[in-house]
Write a protein that binds this ligand. Structure first.
Ligand code: DGJ
Length: 734
């Protein structure tokens, strides 16, 4: 890890463990991007920019600014002055005119990494990180642009963000602001994005990059089920273990847009930032705007290496919760067990039975407040329903604790039902455009938490309940996208601030909650995984990955999620069959193996599931306790996935010291007359001898293998019978 400024050649060289990121100052003015990729020790320098090759610039490339701007690889392209590619910043003056030219003014390199006020971001202490801040100035309007790059000891990630400061004497408007840009020489690259829907989050798509702009984005006000604030540019042949990949991951939970543009000169410009749809930020003199953080990663060892870089970064420098490195209590959530149809007795029955099986926490989901017996009322009325819970929350928690379980509770704090006391008293608390009835989704509106009084109401509603009883866990849900975006606070020339102000308000709420209740285990959720993003991960160590709990569907959902996020953050439960979302039946063991690749818990009525399934819970609990340290802290490798094989799925986790590995193999579809499968493993010590624990059936001796044998020749999986059957294989080095 090192950041160097080579004064004689005006080069900034940012070095991570295995990568280099290089910029140059051209003619003492322009900041250009030279290179990002595999580590180089002696870069060629500015020549690569070929500034005089563009049409008309051979005589005086600075004087011929328009032509120059059309091809120069600006580190942070600005709209309106001759760079016609996807811009990073668009500034409008008071007269509505767009254009600002940014030239190099100064830079500083220092140890550590400062936080981003009001925003989630990676953190590090002085020994762990180094930061480069480059200040560019927009002379005419007096705008300073501070580009920030931080690198971390032992990591190949770069954390970037941008600050815009209005040091001029007049008001300006930020119409667009990206957080990061990368310029690449195209090598017939592809674009990898994530797409999906409710209950089908984070599927992977790879497409060729033709000329023009290609984007992944959302305008739903949340990072969304449909897309993800991540994309990558990668080689056609890049696979799990080889090939190049450039990833950009946005630490943000609202509207975003990532764009790859293939230009007239067959170069690529990659950008990522807040979506400029309905965005306009008014900046009075003296004000600053912080564009959220983007994590960039380059790997020349395939997608898998990028995955592990992100996992390590997030486990070391993003997730703050005390629970990060702890085994989470095995919880049972009553949503799929009872939906709205429960009362204290029912919950206590479940709790007693759960305790007998070794489950450690009961989480009471939606339906405990107001008169909420279905999803069409009461959001906002966070008062216990005493018909269901006659002894209140406090009484219930006491009883659950007496049974020997911890207690957790569900909220959907950002919402209000039209049929609620809150809405009847304060209809103006809901987001709406005056004169038009706002669209309902799941019979609810979104609260305008940008207003202090609304935000305080929301906060106190949650905090009061938490103060009243021994509650160890909160599931913070959010079940609709934003529409009809109107606020009494942000209107006229600040109306375009609303979406981002909302996200800032959400972060403020979560910051308050985690500060007042530092021991609380917080799990974020948005109709499943609709706001599963690095921003939310800063506040909660785990996020509910999807409302689809079917083990087979989860293979794809969790594979996409785990491409970016550590397994310890992926909310995953064993649920009942036939599965409530897709109607499929899968063995109880397989459901357990799939949930083990996440936080692991239950989402079923343990008093009513088949006796044979219930009997398996103690063994599953033991399995979780045995393997969770490894799963939570280890290196994750994808081996095969159902989308490619159409028959089976497999992944593994290896401990950092390579002494232990756990392989999960799921035969999704059985087939006639096939041989057992050979699987080759990854991430082992080639010279170590690994012992494969016997499966516990019969007296079969443990088998031994060399690491290089497992990684090259592989090992033979059991021949298994049926669809959706699975096995765990546990290897330990001798
Ligand atoms: C959506 C969540 O994803 C579910 O797990 C559940 O909490 C429901 N909301 C409750 O309404």
């Amino acid at each position: 890890m090192a950041i160097i400024f080579d004064e004689s050649r005006h080069l900034f060289m940012i070095g991570t463990e295995n990568t280099s990121y290089i910029m140059a100052i051209t003619a003492g003015k322009y900041l250009g991007h030279i290179y990002y990729g595999r580590k180089v020790n002696k870069p060629a320098g500015e020549a690569i920019l070929r500034v005089k090759e563009l049409a008309f610039v051979d005589r005086d490339f600075i004087g011929e600014k328009g032509s120059f701007g059309d091809g120069y690889p600006f580190e942070f392209g600005s709209a309106g002055i001759g760079d016609f590619r996807e811009s990073c910043i668009e500034i409008m003056n008071e007269n509505g005119q767009i254009g600002a030219e940014f030239i190099y003014r100064s830079h500083r390199i220092f140890d550590g990494k400062p936080g981003l006020k009001g925003l989630p971001a990676t953190f590090a202490n002085e020994n762990d990180a180094q930061t480069l801040e480059i200040t560019l100035m927009g002379e005419v309007l007096g705008i300073d642009l501070i580009l920030s790059y931080s690198v971390f000891e032992g990591s190949d990630a770069i954390a970037r963000h941008v600050r815009v400061v209005n040091n001029g004497g007049s008001t300006v408007y930020l119409n667009k602001i990206n957080s990061a840009c990368i310029e690449l020489n195209n090598k017939d690259y592809e674009m990898l994005t994530m797409y999906g829907s409710w209950a089908r989050e984070r599927a992977i798509s790879r497409t060729p990059i033709g000329y023009g702009r290609h984007s992944t984005f959302t305008t739903r006000g949340i990072s969304s089920h449909q897309s993800h604030p991540f994309y990558a540019v990668l080689g056609k042949d890049t696979g799990e273990d080889s090939g190049e990949i450039y990833g950009m991951h946005f630490v943000y939970s609202g509207n975003f847009e990532g764009v790859v543009e293939r230009t007239q000169h067959d170069e690529l410009r990659m950008t990522m930032g807040i979506n400029s749809y309905n965005f306009r930020w008014k900046m009075e003199p003296g004000e600053e705007f912080i564009a959220p953080e983007v994590i960039t990663v380059y790997s020349c060892e395939g997608i898998g290496k990028m995955t592990r870089t992100l996992h390590d970064l997030y486990r070391t420098h993003l997730i703050r919760s005390k629970y990060l490195h702890k085994k989470r209590p095995i919880l049972l959530n009553n949503w799929e067990a009872t939906y709205f149809d429960f009362n204290m007795d029912k919950l206590l029955d479940i709790a007693r039975c759960a305790k007998e099986q070794g489950i450690e926490m009961l989480v009471m989901d939606d339906g405990w407040f107001g008169k909420r017996n279905s999803d069409n009322c009461s959001l906002g009325d966070w008062k216990v329903n005493t018909e269901k819970l006659p002894e209140g929350i406090e009484g219930l928690v006491k009883r659950v604790n007496e049974i020997g379980l911890e207690f957790g509770i569900w909220f959907e704090p950002e919402m209000v039902s039209p049929d609620s006391d809150l809405y009847r008293a304060h209809p103006d608390y809901a987001i709406a455009i005056p004169g038009r009835e706002a669209a309902q989704v799941r019979s609810q509106y979104v609260l305008d938490i940008t207003r202090d009084e609304v935000r305080d109401y929301v906060y106190e509603s949650v905090a009061n309940i938490l103060r009243s009883a021994n509650i160890r866990y909160v599931k913070w849900d959010m079940n609709r996208p934003m529409t009809d975006v109107g606020s009494i606070l942000y209107k006229g020339d600040t109306a375009g601030e609303f979406y981002h102000r909302y996200v800032l308000a959400l972060y403020d709420l979560q910051e308050r909650l985690t500060s007042e209740f530092p021991d609380l285990l917080l799990e974020n959720c948005t109709s499943g995984g609709g706001r599963f993003d690095p921003g939310m991960l800063y506040y909660s160590p785990q996020i509910w990955a999807s409302d689809d709990t079917d083990a087979i569907e989860r293979l794809t959902i969790q594979r996409g999620t785990a491409m970016l996020y550590p397994l310890s953050s992926i909310g995953a439960h064993v649920s009942d069959c036939p599965n409530h979302i897709v109607g499929r039946s899968t063995s109880f063991e397989t459901r357990g193996y799939v949930a083990l690749a996440g936080t692991f818990g239950y989402e079923l009525d343990v008093t009513r599931i088949p006796e044979d399934d219930r009997k398996m819970i103690p063994a599953q609990v033991a399995m979780y306790h045995k393997y969770n340290d490894l799963v939570r802290e280890g290196d994750y490798y994808r081996i095969a996935n159902i989308c490619d094989t159409n028959e089976f799925d497999a992944w593994m986790v290896t401990s950092k010291d390579k002494k232990e590995a756990l392989v999960t193999y799921i035969q999704v579809r059985g087939a006639a007359n096939i041989r057992s499968r050979i699987i080759t493993l990854k991430g082992l010590d080639p010279d170590a001898v690994y012992v494969l624990e016997n499966s516990g059936e019969g007296d079969a001796p443990c088998k031994e293998f060399y690491g290089d044998e497992l990684m090259n020749i592989g090992f033979v999986t059991d021949k298994i019978w049926g669809d959706g059957s699975g096995r765990l294989y546990h290897f330990t080095a001798k």
